[in-house]
Design a protein around this ligand. Structure first.
Ligand SMILES: Cc1cc2nc3c(=O)[nH]c(=O)nc-3n(C[C@H](O)[C@H](O)[C@H](O)COP(=O)(O)OP(=O)(O)OC[C@H]3O[C@@H](n4cnc5c(N)ncnc54)[C@H](O)[C@@H]3O)c2cc1C
Length: 391
């Protein structure tokens, strides 16, 4: 097999890159180790920045998102039993976020690639990359019991945090920056009507809570928990009693409760691998960086990376230009570190740290008080949350 760009991973980064390259007349093959059904059913992100939404619309994959996604013009920060609205649109000249689940974005991108004759190899096993220091890199994998080799001109490592591409870069040629948080998120999907029109980020002495949404019938909600806890320790009544306690307001607000159809625990970390390029291998999305989900930045960063990368690859493959490929890592990392800071800041302001340090608690409340009363500070949150302009 031969193609221009070999892409490892059919997450948002890999699928979108393949679609963007196709629009420029560049061929690619996407190798994904899971099945189509599995990637289209994995529940993850749900908040799309304005720039992500604009891009998906501009490239013809935003139709269902426009019909089924929910545009939110604000979020609520809740602390001391009171809600404070951050008017995202007012603070950012009319920008907003769209709540539309990541697996729906995946379905739209897979459908678009297949409709255009794109090649996605699902259930590709034992994927490994070779020859990235030279000019004829390749990807080896197993499919339908056969060993295959895909010869390419460039390789994109879009295989997420646990993929194989990052570790194909020699350890001496990469630097990794990590922060692991001493808490996780307990996520649920519940069959209940929305409790709120907008997302609610809650600071509480019992721990952080987030009220999010999915559809008129299905809601996504999160509780701060011990990252090593077991979902078996959380019967439904314990979950709802914790939500009621953390989300309570002085005027008696309570969440809408319903059957819980999914429970999972997510660990929280910040991570960046630098640089994003080694020879002919280019990392994008979670393969290169992770943020805690508090800032809703992970999927959006993956989109921003591949937007820059698709232009650089196109300039190289069409015109033989190296300059944009040479700049890719630096350009993408500027946005990555801004998002890393924002996600760390939101996480630090809203979560309880072990030891219940009263000094830290007072600092958090001082910060929340400032964000909700100062227009410049609220603007900082808003412009990062809706997403800074894409380069
Ligand atoms: C619970 C949760 C909530 C989140 N909420 C948000 C949010 O609100 N907003 C937001 O922006 N982000 C959010 N994120 C983060 C977001 O989901 C990720 O940042 C996003 O999925 C990154 O996309 P990606 O394409 O880089 O990687 P992935 O989505 O991880 O895709 C990588 C793909 O590569 C495949 N793969 C892995 N290894 C191999 C291999 N060896 N060979 C072949 N294929 C391989 C995987 O199966 C996968 O399909 C959340 C994440 C979680 C877990």
């Amino acid at each position: 097999m031969r193609t221009q760009v070999g892409i490892v991973g059919a997450g948002p980064a890999g699928l979108l890159l393949s679609h963007l390259l196709h629009r420029e007349g560049i061929e690619s093959v996407v190798l994904e180790n899971r099945s189509r059904a599995a990637i289209e059913a994995t529940i993850r992100a749900g908040v799309l920045e304005q720039g992500t939404v604009d891009l998906l619309k501009a490239i013809g994959v935003g139709g269902r998102m426009e019909r089924e996604g929910a545009v939110h013009h604000g979020i609520e920060l809740r602390f001391d039993g009171r809600g404070h609205r951050i008017d995202l649109s007012d603070l950012t000249g009319g920008k907003a976020i769209t709540v539309y689940a990541q697996h729906e974005v995946i379905k739209d991108l897979v459908a678009a690639r297949l409709a255009a004759g794109g090649n996605i190899v699902f259930e590709a096993g034992d994927v490994s990359v070779h020859g990235i220091d030279g000019t004829t890199p390749s990807i080896r994998f197993r499919h339908d019991g056969e060993s295959e080799e895909l010869a390419c001109e460039l390789i994109a490592g879009c295989d997420g945090f646990h993929g194989v591409c990052r570790s194909a870069i020699p350890q001496s040629a990469r630097t990794e920056f990590t922060r692991v948080y001493p808490f996780g998120w307990f996520g649920i999907l519940t069959q209940a009507p929305p409790s709120s029109r907008e997302l609610i980020y809650t600071h509480h002495s019992r721990g952080f809570a987030l009220v999010s949404t999915r559809s008129p019938e299905l809601q996504r909600m999160y509780l701060q928990c011990d990252p090593h806890d077991d979902v078996a320790n959380w019967p439904d009544e314990r979950i709802w009693s914790e939500f009621r306690a953390r989300l309570a307001t002085h005027d008696g607000w309570a969440p809408h409760e319903g059957p819980i159809i999914q429970k999972n625990i997510i660990a929280m970390r910040s991570f960046v691998c630098e640089p994003l390029r080694h020879g002919r291998l280019f990392l994008a999305g979670d393969a290169a960086h992770i943020v805690p989900p508090t800032g809703a930045k992970g999927l959006n960063l993956a989109v921003a990376d591949v937007r820059v990368l698709s232009r650089a690859m196109t300039a190289f493959l069409r015109e033989g230009r190296h300059d944009l490929l040479d700049e890719y890592s630096q350009t993408a990392l500027r946005r990555v570190w801004r998002a890393e800071h924002f996600s760390w800041w939101m996480t630090t302001m809203l979560h309880q740290f072990p030891g219940n340090d009263p000094f830290q608690e007072r600092l958090q409340l001082a910060e929340l008080g400032y964000v909700t009363t100062s227009r410049p500070k609220a603007t900082t949150l808003a412009e990062n949350y809706v997403g800074l302009p894409l380069e």
